[in-house]
Design a protein around this ligand. Structure first.
Ligand code: SF4
Length: 426
C-alpha cells in the first residue's frame, strides 16, 4: 500500500530539498534527514520523512506513474465548477480565484447561503480551487488515541473529567510504539498523530513516547495533548515531534469560557502561537454548531485559523454526547459544516482541510461531500481495537476490529473520487 510517492532529490539548499516527482518539483525541509542530490525520499507535510533505496523507489513509482494520470483525470471530471446566478457569490469566488480571500463579512455571507443552487456553486468552486492549487494529492494521517484520561471538563466532550460513566485507559509507551510501528511500518503511513486527553501523561512520559515512536517509525509525528508549557513543547520538539493538533474550538472568548470550565481562550491561543514560533506545523480549528455560536463567530473562527498560520484546518461538527451537560442539544446540519470547509478553502487556498470522522455521523455521505467541498485531508484511527471503543468523544464513533479494513475502504474511496493519498512537500 502506498501513502506517499517517493521523489528524487534534485537540490538541497540551506536545509530545503527540492524533490522531483515525475517532472513536478516540490520542496520539503530536510529536518533531521541527511539527504543529498540523487537520493530518493518520502516527504510528508513539508518534511523529508525518510530516505529509501532506488530499487524501492522505482517499485513504488512504477505504480504511481500509471495510476496518477488516471486519478487526476477523474478528479478533473468531478471537480469542474458550476457557475451560478448569484452575482455576489460569483464575485467573492472570482476574487478568491484571483488570490484575494473573502473578508470577515463575506465569509459570514457565505455561511448564510442556503439555496441549493448557491450551495452547489460554492462547493464546486472550492473543490475546483483545491484542484487548481494542490492537484489531487490528499494527506491521510494515522491517529493513535493513546489515553482517554483528561483533567479538563469541556462541556461538549465525552471523555471529560466528570463523565463518570467512561471506562478509562492509558496505553503504555511500548503499546503506543507497537501501534505506531503497525501503522507506519506495516500499513505504510508516513505521518502519525498521537492524541490523548490533557494531563493524561507527564511530560517525561510524553517525551519518552515521542522519542521511541520516532526511533521505531521515523515518520512525521503530530502531538495532540492540549495545552503544555512552552518548555514542554520544546522538549517534545527536541525528540522529534514536528506537528501539533490543537483546536481553539471557538474564537468567542465568552463562549469559550462557558464551555471550558476554568480555562481561557487567550491561554489556548498563546499556546498555539508559541508552538508556531517554535516551528511546529499547526493543525487547528473549531467545533461547529455549539449552542450559542453565531455565524459571525464561525466566520471569525475561520479567519483566526488562517491568522494562526494553520497548516491543517480542522473544523468538525459538535455531536452531543449523552455523558455531557450538552446531551440534549441538537447537532448541526451537514450543509452548515460543508459551508465552513468550502469557505476555509476560499480563505486559505493552499491549506490542508480535514474531513473529520465526526462529519460521517451527520450524514452517511459526509466524507464524500466534504471532499467535494474543497477538503483534502483525512485521518484514520490506528488505535488498537481494545482501546478504540473507549475513546468515546462523541456517540456513534465507529468501532473497527481491523484498522486495515478502514485503510482499504479509505483507499478505495479516494480512488473513486480521483484523489491520490499522497502528500508531496510544500
Ligand atoms: S476536549 Fe480535550 S481537553 Fe476537553 S475534556 Fe475532551 S479531551 Fe479533555
Amino acid at each position: 500500500m502506498c501513502y506517499a510517492i517517493p521523489g528524487r532529490v534534485v537540490g538541497v539548499v540551506e536545509g530545503v530539498a527540492e524533490i522531483d516527482y515525475f517532472g513536478e518539483r516540490k520542496r520539503a525541509l530536510t529536518d533531521s534527514a541527511q539527504v543529498a542530490v540523487g537520493d530518493f525520499v518520502y516527504a510528508q507535510a513539508g518534511l523529508v520523512v525518510k530516505k529509501i533505496s532506488e530499487a524501492e523507489a522505482n517499485a513504488v513509482q512504477g505504480y504511481w506513474e500509471k495510476a496518477l494520470p488516471e486519478l487526476r483525470e477523474k478528479d478533473r471530471e468531478l471537480s469542474s465548477r458550476s457557475v451560478g446566478v448569484n452575482n455576489w457569490l460569483e464575485g467573492v469566488v472570482n476574487r478568491a480565484f484571483a488570490g484575494a480571500p473573502p473578508s470577515a463579512a463575506e465569509v459570514e455571507g457565505l455561511l448564510r447561503l442556503d439555496s441549493p443552487s448557491d450551495l452547489s456553486s460554492l462547493y464546486s468552486a472550492s473543490n475546483e480551487l483545491r484542484r487548481l492549487k494542490l492537484n489531487n494529492s490528499c494527506c491521510v494521517h494515522a491517529i493513535i488515541e493513546f489515553s482517554n484520561n483528561c483533567v479538563n471538563d469541556c462541556a461538549y466532550c465525552g471523555i471529560r473529567r466528570s463523565n463518570a460513566g467512561m471506562s478509562r485507559y492509558k496505553m503504555s509507551v511500548s503499546e503506543v510504539v507497537s501501534a505506531a510501528d503497525y501503522a507506519c511500518n506495516k500499513l505504510g503511513f508516513k505521518s502519525l498523530v498521537l492524541q490523548a486527553g490533557e494531563g493524561a501523561y507527564s511530560v517525561a512520559e510524553l517525551v519518552e513516547t515521542v522519542e521511541n515512536v520516532k526511533k521505531a517509525c521515523g515518520t512525521v509525528v503530530f502531538i495532540s495533548v492540549g495545552e503544555l508549557a512552552s518548555e514542554d513543547y520544546a522538549a517534545l520538539w527536541e525528540v522529534g515531534a514536528r506537528g501539533v493538533l490543537i483546536r481553539f474550538e471557538t474564537s468567542d472568548p465568552t463562549l469559550y469560557a462557558e464551555l471550558h470550565s476554568g480555562q481561557e481562550l487567550g491561554d489556548r491561543l498563546e499556546c498555539i502561537r508559541d508552538c508556531r514560533r517554535q516551528g511546529y506545523l499547526i493543525a487547528s480549528g473549531g467545533l461547529l454548531g455549539l449552542p450559542g455560536q453565531s455565524l459571525a463567530s464561525i466566520a471569525r473562527d475561520i479567519l483566526l485559523a488562517k491568522e494562526l498560520g494553520t497548516e491543517m484546518f480542522s473544523f468538525g461538527p459538535f455531536i452531543p454526547h449523552p455523558g455531557t451537560p450538552l446531551a440534549s442539544c441538537a447537532k448541526p446540519s451537514l450543509n452548515s459544516v460543508l459551508k465552513v470547509l468550502a469557505a476555509s478553502r476560499l480563505v486559505e487556498l493552499e491549506s490542508k482541510i480535514l474531513v473529520t470522522t465526526a462529519l460521517e455521523k451527520i450524514a452517511p455521505d459526509g466524507r464524500r461531500r466534504g471532499f467535494m467541498s474543497g477538503a483534502n485531508s483525512f485521518m484514520i484511527s490506528a488505535t488498537p481495537s481494545d482501546y478504540l471503543s473507549k475513546y468515546d468523544l462523541y456517540p456513534g464513533k465507529s468501532l473497527r476490529d481491523e484498522v486495515v479494513a478502514e485503510v482499504r475502504a479509505v483507499q478505495e474511496f479516494l480512488k473513486g473520487i480521483g484523489r491520490a493519498p499522497t502528500d508531496f512537500g510544500v
